[in-house]
Ligand binder design. Structure first.
Ligand code: AP5
Length: 257
């Protein structure tokens, strides 16, 4: 929020509430990594709220970009539709802009980034340059058969990013967002053909990161096949332990103000 005068009272109150919650929650920088449908987005959303951290989903950022009718938008749309990774230079530029926003200064959850060795190296360099480190990497493990079921039943509210599932997490009214009552949609890449490509791409490009972060002592295995509540508890337990051990470096820009 850069222009106080043009912000509505409601926006200001939300911002105030967010900063108030921040006072009681430790900062942190986390990566949530896992296959499509493993629940990264669902848990990032819950964790970012409970810990007042910025939730950066490269998938959401790219979906917004794909709505543009310029060359970049069209390219991103095509690559996502094919289940491929979007070019690193596009992803890095977009993410960099978001990471430098004031609300991300005290910490963030990276949901869906990094996704290959090059992106992991770029993230490492970016943090190192500003004297920061990752606090942990949560690896969401679940069998492919379950992922397919989760993806097939997923419904989203595009404006807010709220995620539902027809069976596992149904909205109060079928096909409608709980908060706004607006229609839910099925993501255009949530079809059998694209999902097959996304899973293939995940196993080839992203799985090697598990060893990379494990060797750095940052990786925690999360059993993502459990219910949303159980997965949330497991993550909270792992991160509470990390927080007890202290933040690895003094907080630079400890708040967003
Ligand atoms: P992205 O949007 O990141 O998709 P993804 O990685 O394929 O992951 P999903 O969003 O499909 O799954 P999720 O793990 O978040 O699961 P969710 O919580 O929604 O990326 C899309 C595309 O963008 C990529 O294919 C690529 O083209 C591009 N892209 C993104 N990042 C990029 C990068 N860094 N570089 C290059 N390209 C990039 O849960 C799924 C469903 O299951 C929901 O319905 C949910 O309600 C339900 N559910 C969740 N948890 C549980 C549970 N524990 N029990 C029961 N149901 C559950």
């Amino acid at each position: 929020m850069t222009d106080l005068q043009s912000s509505s009272t409601l926006q200001l109150l939300h911002e105030l509430k967010r900063r108030y919650v921040e006072l009681d929650t430790p900062p942190g920088r986390y990566v949530f990594v896992g296959a499509p449908g493993s629940g990264k987005g669902t848990q990032s959303c819950l964790f970012s709220k409970s810990h007042s951290l910025c939730h950066l989903s490269t998938g959401d950022i790219l979906r917004q970009t794909a709505m543009q009718s310029d060359d970049i938008g069209l390219k991103v749309k095509k690559q996502m539709q094919e289940g491929k990774l979007v070019d690193d230079d596009i992803v890095l530029k977009l993410l960099n802009e978001k990471m430098n926003e004031p609300s991300c200064m005290r910490g963030f959850i990276l949901d869906g980034f990094p996704r290959n060795a090059h992106q992991a190296e770029k993230l490492h360099n970016y943090l190192e340059k500003s004297g920061k480190k990752l606090d942990g990497v949560m690896y969401f493990g679940a069998p492919d058969e379950l992922l397919v079921k989760r993806i097939e039943g997923r419904r989203v509210h595009p404006t807010s990013g709220r995620v539902y599932h027809t069976e596992f997490n149904p909205p109060k009214v079928e096909g409608k967002d709980d908060v706004t009552g607006e229609p839910l949609i099925q993501r255009s890449d949530d079809n059998a053909v694209t999902l097959f490509e996304r899973l293939k791409c995940y196993h080839k490009e992203t799985t090697p990161l598990i060893d990379y972060y494990s060797n750095l002592g940052l990786l925690s295995h999360i059993d993502a096949s459990k219910s949303v509540d159980k997965v949330q508890k497991e993550i909270n337990t792992v991160i509470a332990k990390k927080e007890q051990n202290g933040h690895p470096e003094p907080l630079v820009n400890g708040n967003s103000g």
